[in-house]
Design a protein around this ligand. Sequence first.
Ligand code: KIV
Ligand code: ZN
Length: 401
Amino acid sequence: MNSHIQIFDTTLRDGEQSPGFSMTHSEKMRMAEQLEQLGVDVIEAGFPIASEGDFQAVKEISRQISNCQVAGLCRIKKDDISRAWEALEHARFPRIHTFVATSDIHLVHKLNMSREQVLEAAVEGVTYARSLCDIVEFSAEDASRTDPDFLCEITRAVIQAGATIVNIPDTVGFAVPEEFGALIRKLKTEVPNIEQAVISVHCHNDLGLAVANSLAAVQNGAGQIECTINGIGERAGNASLEEIVMALAVRKSFYNTDTKLDTTQLYPASQLLAEITGNHVQPNKAIVGRNAFAHEAGIHQDGVLKNPLTYEIMTPQTVGVPQNSLVLGKHSGRRALADRMNKLGYTFTKDEIDKVYTCFTVLADLKKNITDQDLTYLAERGLEMAGEQNMSQNLQEYINQ
Ligand code: KIV
Ligand code: ZN
């Protein structure tokens, strides 16, 4: 296993090319600055030949970003590679990322090329890219559906031609962890010159396995993971950067490896992307979702108030979330209610909180979200209301006001 895993962020390329996630030039610049602050190893800034906008974004990010490598994507055609280099050449640490499909499905139905032709074109493309740039990544598109022996053959050939990173994409999210891990192990053991390059993986999430597949690859020798903020990307997205980074951090003793990211910048990066693209993060999203550090169940709230370790495997502050939240709802207990009342400036005896809690449970059954305003109302009226026969009706009237 590698002692350090490089994080290759493709939010601005694979992420941006998915429906509803396009960004303007200035939004891309803001995002790139945030990624630099987060400390990713590589920012894939775009696909320069795809559009003038992409070209300009890669060029500008190359000029502005100095602490990360900047990558530009291109097919293995000479014109594509030249255009990518034109955008990248002023970067402090440029990387050409060139790709071609290698699976028979793509060769027959998309490229109309034989394996021999693809191999030759890949070698030619990588050789040309290396004549321009010291760091060249080669991606075998649809690698997980490629004949594994052919994948080994083309990997050996492109490394010999100068590729310094060989990327193994699960382009259509078809792989499962054991199988994908075994594929990486096969490359590691059967490609004779593999030690001259870093193995990278790029997993899509069509079966919800992108993170698991990426981690299986790490266990079997991958040294770079390609991923995106909030897991955005083609179709169901790419492996989520925040989940990968925190899995490696929280389970460091298992994976025995690390990244160099400043994890406190994960939540700000997630929020910035959501704000820029107008796509909210699902509440139960691991690490950065609104509920990732929220507790509503009474037993959980009681535990977290006694010691957060009971129900939290990382502190919210580690990922840049200011604090956990105890959400008051119909599953909450007296302890959390008393705690929140205290924060609002109300102190009750045990008997009193029992009474206010009775009203609270009735209100929580009638109303989905209990706000601080509702709690203030209960603090003021709860004690007398608890004894009233028509409490439920009174609370309904309060809601209807
Ligand atoms: O999914 C994929 O195969 C890609 C490559 C271009 C790396 O995005
Ligand atoms: Zn992709």
